[in-house]
Design a protein around this ligand. Structure first.
Ligand code: GN1
Ligand code: MG
Length: 364
């Protein structure tokens, strides 16, 4: 069976057979494979869930089911009318399951495609302000999710101590024989290691709580409508307990970078403080009421931490021989590493100003 017929067969598990189903690749995630499906006058997103990375797909899908159901209830209570565009809707299989496993062992899911929506890889301060409010609201809506804590879809996902441990093991093993050319960068990572483990330390001391976080607040995980108003937050695979500074930081890492995540030209890369400020204001507008002083004081640190963490993650994958992130060319993970490190340096240079901005935005 060719690839297209295989995809059609999978789609039919969810929405039944239709000879006119059209399927096209969609988006640029580094982990899952996504497709847009048009069938019977309706549009859907089909995704192959990377189960080498998300090892427990049933629990992952159950998380998303709970999270989207809870947000839907909140929106209904608020009298929101276009709910299908304001929260993701999972389409079950015809047998009522939240995913389908094919005979090759791959896991698939289908969601409604949100019409007339777009995402940005680069935004302006006004959109950053709106995105900040949206992620603040997202955390707020999930603060009273009933039942068991959410399943950790990737254990220790944003745990810097664990990430450094894996990094050091990769350096030790030097599997791809790439270490010689990158020794300077290894030292840069180690020089910052202690500072960057601060969040874990604060948590152990009982000073930094875990809340339900998105854990992938990349700028392109927010959908806007044609008038540039926020519709909803997408990519919910990693919604799980975490530190709010980490969600704040991941947005800054991606949304306030004047260059691209994998920019080859390091001169393009720096922190855009106008975007930083706009995001901080939007976020704190909705989140200041439930955050502690320690959380607020560490938001700007979160930007450094998530950029450092992403540097370490790309670097680890490069040293390991590119087993985790999809790459477009052989040195891609090294280019990403260097680009993230350049952003980190810019954040370090501007840290005092970032602290001041957060303080002011929080009305302190
Ligand atoms: C991955 O697939 P995507 O682009 O949504 C990664 C994030 C990284 C990001 C780096 C499960 O997200 O944690 O921050 O790449 N997701 C996973 O761009 O590892
Ligand atoms: Mg993701």
């Amino acid at each position: 069976m060719d690839e297209m017929n295989k995809l059609k067969e999978i789609v039919s598990q969810f929405i039944g057979d239709d000879a006119n189903t059209e399927i096209k690749p969609l988006g640029k995630g580094h982990i899952n494979d996504s497709y847009k499906v048009v069938s019977g006058g309706k549009e859907y997103v089909l995704q192959r869930i990377n189960h080498h990375i998300f090892k427990n797909v049933p629990e992952l899908q159950n998380n998303i089911h709970r999270v989207t159901g809870h947000i839907r209830e909140k929106l209904e209570a608020l009298g929101v009318t276009d709910i299908d565009r304001r929260v993701l809707t999972l389409i079950p299989t015809q047998e009522g399951a939240l995913y389908y496993q094919d005979n090759a062992g791959d896991y698939w899911r289908v969601m409604d495609f949100i019409k007339d929506s777009k995402s940005y890889d680069e935004i302006n301060p006004e959109l950053a302000y709106r995105a900040g409010m949206a992620f603040g609201d997202f955390q707020k809506m999930l603060a009273d999710l009933p039942g068991e804590p959410l399943f950790e879809t990737i254990p220790n996902f944003h745990n810097m101590e664990a990430r450094l441990k894996t990094f050091r093991e990769a350096v030790e093993a030097n599997k791809a024989g790439r270490l010689n050319q990158v020794a300077g960068l290894v030292k840069e990572i180690e020089d910052r290691a202690e500072e960057m483990c601060k969040a874990e330390k604060l948590h152990r001391e009982g000073k930094l709580p875990k809340r339900i976080n998105h854990c992938d607040t990349k700028v392109n995980n927010i959908l806007f409508d044609n008038d540039d108003q926020v519709l909803c937050v997408v990519d919910l695979d990693t919604v799980m307990p975490g530190y709010v500074l980490s969600d704040f930081g991941d947005f800054i890492r991606t949304g306030a970078n004047t260059g691209a995540e994998d920019d080859r030209n390091l001169d393009n890369i720096s922190v855009d403080l106008d975007i930083f400020e706009a995001y901080a204001k939007g976020y704190l507008k909705n989140a200041a009421s439930f955050l502690s002083d320690v959380e607020i004081e560490n938001l700007a640190f979160g930007a450094k931490l998530l950029t450092y963490m992403q540097t370490v993650r790309f670097f680890t994958d490069y040293i390991d021989g590119d087993t985790y992130y999809k790459i477009a060319y052989p040195e891609h993970n090294l280019v990403r590493t260097e680009a993230q490190f350049k952003l980190l340096q810019s954040l370090e240079e501007n840290f005092g100003e970032m602290q001041r901005i957060v303080k002011e935005a929080a009305g302190k």
